[in-house]
Design a protein around this ligand. Sequence first.
Ligand code: 4AD
Ligand code: MG
Length: 440
Amino acid sequence: MGSPAAPVVRIRELARHAGQDARLRGWVYNLRDKGRILFLLVRDGSAIAQGVIARGEVPDAAFEAARQLTQESSVELSGSVRADARAPGGAELIVKDMVVHQVAAPYPISPKEHGVAFLMQHRHLWLRSRKQAALLRVRHEVIQAWRNYLDAQGFYCVDSPIFTPNACEGTSTLFETDYFGEKAYLTQSGQLYAEAAAMALGKVYCFGPTFRAEKSKTRRHLTEFWMLEPEMAFAGLEENLALAEGLLRHTLRQVLEKRRDELADLERDPAVLEKWDQPFPRLRYDEAARQLAQWQKEGRYESQFRDGDDLGAPDETMLGRHFGLPVAVTHWPAAIKAFYMKRDPEDPTKVLGMDIVAPGAGEIVGGSVREDDLALLEQRIRDERLPEEAFQWYLDLRRYGSVPHAGFGIGLERTLSWITGVEHVRECIPFPRTLERIYP
Ligand code: 4AD
Ligand code: MG
């Protein structure tokens, strides 16, 4: 190989090595054969770069081997890095030698258009394409941003279990498993355990996969998705709203700072994200309901929504369009929210719940102040016909030093869909699980 001492460089870092020798390892994205000169696009997972291979500048055998390269063939290129403002990433590699790991078999995903069903069936390969790889890198960045933000404020990460004896978010979407002869469920949310951890450590979050046996085939529903759930002792609705807004705005800023190239790959205008980095409008459920009824009356949109209902996709879309910003909807009807939400002391038909509805993505955050009164919580559990024995440990949190506390859950895939503008959450997770899909 040209210069054996040349360092292996990741393509994202290539421009910083301008004027030096370097080696690139990756896969062939595209090859243009101009006779005496070959332009090889190579991807290594961090980005895509061009290698320029000129006859006479590389050993003849390497030149001939390069001409035979097929899409996704695996190679190692060595050469010198040349700064070029027009090149993607600002540099290209003038190749001096090449090693071929494998000439790939004819690749099923060609640059031509494929249907989503075909691409999903080849999800294990589809991940390599420019846009999908960019999405995965933004996903990584969002997770980093979440952890940075919470860690910097003194939150501790406490993991919650995946096998659980009881429901958190209603019994209709539970995945049941046989746990050594007993029923257990895949967790719908780590919240109840995060509450226990908040009483131990003050400010905590859990982050992990959660499961919902959703029968809905919408672009916003997965049966397995990742959720971040912060929980704070000694906090109310105001602190909860501030934390959620702060977290989202921090996430926008970090993505803007670190993932400009990916936003470009995704054809996402960064100005959209910049605009969202401002205080989010807040409205109570009653105001939202009035507004939606008004818009329906004016024929501005079609919806089944009636006062007292949960918001549906068209309603969320309307709110997003009207405000052009994420909107926090608070003070929800108790009847449509979970058993653990605290009643509004000024109106017991409402709970101190909050959802954040984001333009294009719908609800991305759901949270609340938690009921901290033992008797009221016991009553709610009975009213909802939940198994009381399974909740005794949870009720202990209200027996031993109960305090006002609050938290929320934020879905990673919906957040990613919101930030990147990618419509369907199934592209926002490496291997989606939906009503219709468990392969690959
Ligand atoms: O509103 P949800 O159901 O709230 C909870 O689970 C609370 N226990 C969280 C808490 O307070 N700690 O879900 C929270 C978020 C939603 O706003 C959405 O972003 C995401 O989780 N989510 C889903 N994402 C993809 N597919 C689904 N089927 C989802 N269901 C909820
Ligand atoms: Mg919700």
